[in-house]
Ligand binder design. Structure first.
Ligand SMILES: [Zn+2]
Length: 265
């Protein structure tokens, strides 16, 4: 895209930018550091390819270093501090809003920065009321995932386990170190027990560090990963995001704010 094209894009009705958000962090002994960035970028490309042409939606350059303090004990992991990431996203978001774009979607594939992107989205909404900000997570809300994945993976496969390994085997099998992931069959299958009523993720989470749970970096079980499952996961993800982007583009979100709320008393 050139600057005159960017200018024209920003002025289109419903102009929407999608910013792929990944990480540079350990993904076990078998998956590359760029796993989350690869998924965010490539699932987004496949999704946008399936939308009708001339829709007012464009992909931004990927953010390939994110917020990954939980993996910092493992070499290769790079992480920005929460403060730096918040400031960077705020700066870029404000510039996008002032160019005149109507919507900014964070297409995030790293679970450890969901909360942070939600917080900065709310801040941006207040600072730049003209732009809608939608922080989404690649794996959240995707119908059919619980039919494709065993319950144990859904509950405990937090990182570099069956889902991510299968998807990478399908999308870029040459990036998977086959021998090492098969060798970890009996390692790290047992997730540590959290105090009663507390969970790793979900209702009452524990802000775990990877080394609390795993010595290989895998959290869950990658040993039965296969590319057929990866193909089915890719289909489910692309179908889902195609449908969500279509409904967003067909909508007039965000609502125009006419007046400030007034007190009834
Ligand atoms: Zn990941």
């Amino acid at each position: 895209m050139t600057w005159p094209e960017a200018s024209k894009a920003a002025s289109e009705n419903g102009s929407t930018l999608v910013w792929p958000f990944g990480a540079c962090e350990q993904h076990g002994p078998h998956l590359p550091l760029i796993t989350d960035t690869f998924f965010a970028e490539n699932i987004l490309i496949k999704t946008l390819d399936r939308l009708p042409e001339n829709m007012p939606i464009w992909m931004m350059p990927s953010q390939s270093i994110g917020f990954s303090p939980e993996h910092q004990a493992f070499p290769g992991t790079l992480s920005l501090s929460a403060d730096v990431l918040l400031s960077m996203v705020t700066d870029v978001g404000q510039q996008i809003a002032s160019m005149g774009f109507n919507r900014l979607v964070f297409f995030n594939a790293h679970g450890g920065q969901i909360g942070l992107l939600q917080a900065v989205s709310r801040q941006l909404r207040i600072q730049c009321p003209s732009i809608a900000v939608l922080p989404c997570f690649l794996w959240s809300g995707v119908p059919g995932l619980d039919q494709l994945l065993p319950e144990k993976e859904v509950e405990e496969g937090l990182h570099a386990a069956l889902a991510e390994t299968s998807l990478m085997l399908h999308m870029a099998g040459d990036l998977v170190r086959n021998d090492s992931y098969l060798e970890i069959k009996n390692v790290d299958k047992q997730i540590v027990t959290t105090p009663k009523g507390w969970s790793l993720e979900g209702a009452s989470p524990c802000a775990w560090l990877t080394e609390d749970l795993s010595s290989s970096g895998v959290i869950g079980d990658a040993s039965s990963s296969n590319s057929e499952l990866g193909a089915a996961l890719e289909n489910a993800l692309v179908d889902h995001w195609k449908s969500l982007f279509t409904s967003l583009l067909e909508s007039d979100w965000p609502p125009i704010r006419s007046e400030r709320p007034v007190s009834s008393s």
